[in-house]
Design a protein. Structure first.
Length: 435
């Protein structure tokens, strides 16, 4: 028996794909723990661990060869955008190749960066596999959140570090922690709504408390969008419950409009111990929850770049040289602005197609089995409305991958009161592989 035959006798392509997916989406967690406990575990070795399972899956599955080809095309297309930009604007080289935190090989094309999420989402064979993998990811990230909070609870603050590993400042909250943990809130909520198990409800609530106490405000936007979209998608199945949900939404709006919420939050904060001292709660109380933290200035700079370079844009990282003069990260803090800075009028078209793609995905019956996971990624991608860059954001590329998988699905047919997926073509089945 040759090497591939021996590998297949112990692990199949589906299992290898699932392991690769979990390792990729929990990389921050397990690599941090291993690096602290086993100092000889190098970054290269940890990445090799992820991609060896990709190699196994691709070798054992013809369909996954197509997934790899699609991912290579996407990464190659992005590399071409940067290459063309560099040819036109060689002055961008300082940001492309010399910036230790946000350079191309530190934040865009590093094998654990967001753009590679496209590959790992594509590798998942079925909707059930994707949902199970996300559940495992949520459990691991929740344990990692608890691990991170041990020193924070002891010292009372986060030690915020740059990608280079240099400590920059101390803070009472962590943006990265908030978004990693809000994923747990959403995934466990999906599981509770699907299975009805109160364990998942408890874990979702616990994760939310962690976010409120130790995460940033923007995480709550992700959760709000997720819950709203999830309700809208499932509204056709709710029946009379719609009236109760709408009534609850109107009641919350009244609390906010009448400022009654302040008294309620003050009462809750007084009886919530340390949770009442969190940055998020305090900003709600003092009326600065929606404070922009210099974003208006950043957005104004981005708008000026768009206006001065319309209709062709300024290329990839086109905002970095200007915004980077004032803020170290350099990006626009808004995906719509960044797209138009990068591609000009074509960026506006890309965003319109992106939104239409989201609408089409959630309304297409053939995606019913994975729409809840899709909405988790959509919620997480809302970070791009107020922070981060689409080049770095894992959720953005995961959304594109799920749209791509949705386009490849066969049509659905109605059988009784349910919809069934048409079988895949035999040529795409994973049981067929080449030696």
């Amino acid at each position: 028996m040759d090497l591939l035959g021996r590998i297949r006798s112990r692990i199949d392509a589906r299992t290898a794909s699932d392991i690769a997916f979990i390792l990729f989406f929990t990389y921050k967690a397990w690599f941090t723990v291993f690096r602290l406990s086993l100092t000889r575990v190098s970054t290269g070795l940890s990445l090799l661990l992820i991609y060896v399972f990709v190699f196994i899956a691709v070798c054992l599955s013809r369909r996954r060869k197509q997934d790899l080809a699609a991912a290579v095309f996407v990464v190659g297309l992005c590399a071409a955008v940067f290459a063309v930009t560099y040819a036109i604007h060689p002055e961008y080289g300082k940001w492309f190749f010399e910036n230790p935190d946000y350079g191309l090989f530190a934040s865009v094309f590093y094998p654990s960066d967001g753009i590679f999420a496209f590959l790992f989402v594509c590798l998942c064979e079925s909707d059930e596999d994707l949902r199970r993998n996300m559940r495992i990811v949520a459990w691991i990230m929740l344990l990692f959140a608890a691990y991170q909070l041990i020193p924070v609870i002891r010292t009372g603050h986060w030690n915020t570090a740059a990608r280079t590993g240099l400590r920059t400042n101390q803070s009472t909250y962590s943006l990265g922690f908030g978004y990693r943990t809000i994923l747990c809130v959403m995934v466990f909520w999906n599981e509770f709504r699907t299975s009805g198990k109160y364990l998942y409800l408890a874990m979702s609530g616990l994760s939310l408390v962690m976010v409120l106490k130790y995460g940033g405000r923007g995480c709550l936007l992700a959760l709000a969008v997720f819950l709203l979209l999830r309700y809208m998608v499932h509204a056709r199945k709710q029946g009379w419950k719609n009236a109760l949900i709408v009534a609850a939404a109107l009641f919350v709006f009244w609390l906010w409009y009448s400022e009654t919420y302040i008294a309620l939050i003050q009462f809750a904060a007084a009886h919530a111990g340390r949770l009442g001292q969190s940055r998020t709660v305090q900003k709600l109380l003092d009326g600065t929850f929606f404070e922009d933290n210099a974003r208006k200035r950043i957005w104004a700079l981005s708008a000026g770049i768009i206006r001065d370079n319309w209709p062709f844009g300024r290329g990839a990282y086109g905002d970095r040289l200007i915004i980077g003069q004032y803020y170290s990260w350099g990006y626009s803090h808004d995906i719509f602005l960044e797209m138009m800075v990068t591609f000009g009028a074509a960026g506006a078209v890309i965003m319109a197609l992106f939104i239409l793609g989201i609408v089409r995905f959630v309304t297409d019956r053939k995606n019913d089995g994975c729409v809840d996971v899709f909405l988790v990624f959509v919620g997480l991608a809302c970070q791009l409305l107020v922070s981060d860059s689409f080049w770095y954001n894992t959720a953005f590329w995961a959304i594109l991958a799920m749209m791509y998988k949705g386009l490849r699905r066969g049509p659905v047919r109605k059988v009784g009161n349910r919809y069934e997926q048409s079988p895949r073509p035999v040529a795409l089945e994973d049981n067929q592989y080449d030696f």
